[in-house]
Design a protein around this ligand. Structure first.
Ligand SMILES: CC(C)(COP(=O)(O)OP(=O)(O)OC[C@H]1O[C@@H](n2cnc3c(N)ncnc32)[C@H](O)[C@@H]1OP(=O)(O)O)[C@@H](O)C(=O)NCCC(=O)NCCS
Length: 134
């Protein structure tokens, strides 16, 4: 969970690339994402979150697939996402998503722990998934 301001701001200004999974008026899942301005072929996914009550039902995978079908993502060939090494669920989710589509998932360092104040943040590893077929 990050600042509520971030979620509201992303949902307003990047609604074409954000997802809300609605389960009868309750939010079951959410993705926030945007195209880096210099590279519309990339979709940077800031967060995928599924309510605990809805986990392990393939909702995370379904939302990731849904985004690729949007008109706003027609040009997207790669997903870029950062993941901390301790987040095994996220690591497994993105590897499984890539494997299901038959595309590579390349992992490299993105934001080193040194960049974060207070030494309270892990490294953020970059997961680059794609290229998706045109
Ligand atoms: C990560 C998260 C989004 C997964 O959502 P989900 O809807 O439960 O995921 P899915 O059901 O689509 O799972 C697909 C695959 O991801 C992997 N996975 C999901 N949750 C996992 C867990 N807790 N432990 C290990 N692997 C996991 C599995 O490989 C799973 O396939 P399987 O169920 O056939 O084994 C969810 O656990 C979550 O919201 N976590 C907190 C927020 C977060 O860390 N987000 C990611 C970083 S941005």
């Amino acid at each position: 969970m990050n600042s509520p301001y971030n979620y509201i701001m992303l949902s307003k200004y990047f609604s074409d690339t954000c997802v809300v999974a609605d389960a009868g008026g309750k939010i079951a899942g959410y993705i926030s994402a945007f195209h880096p301005p210099a590279n519309p072929e990339v979709l940077f996914i800031w967060q995928v979150a599924v309510d605990e009550a809805y986990r392990r039902r393939k909702l995370g995978i379904a939302m990731l697939k849904h985004l690729l079908e949007r008109e706003s993502c027609r040009q997207v060939r790669f997903y870029e996402i950062t993941v901390t090494p301790s987040n095994k669920a996220a690591d497994s989710l993105y590897r499984k998503f890539a494997k299901g589509l038959g595309v590579p998932c390349e992992i490299s360092e993105c934001f080193s722990a040194r960049l974060f104040p207070g030494r309270q943040h892990e490294d953020e590893m970059l997961y680059r998934i794609g290229p998706f077929p045109k």
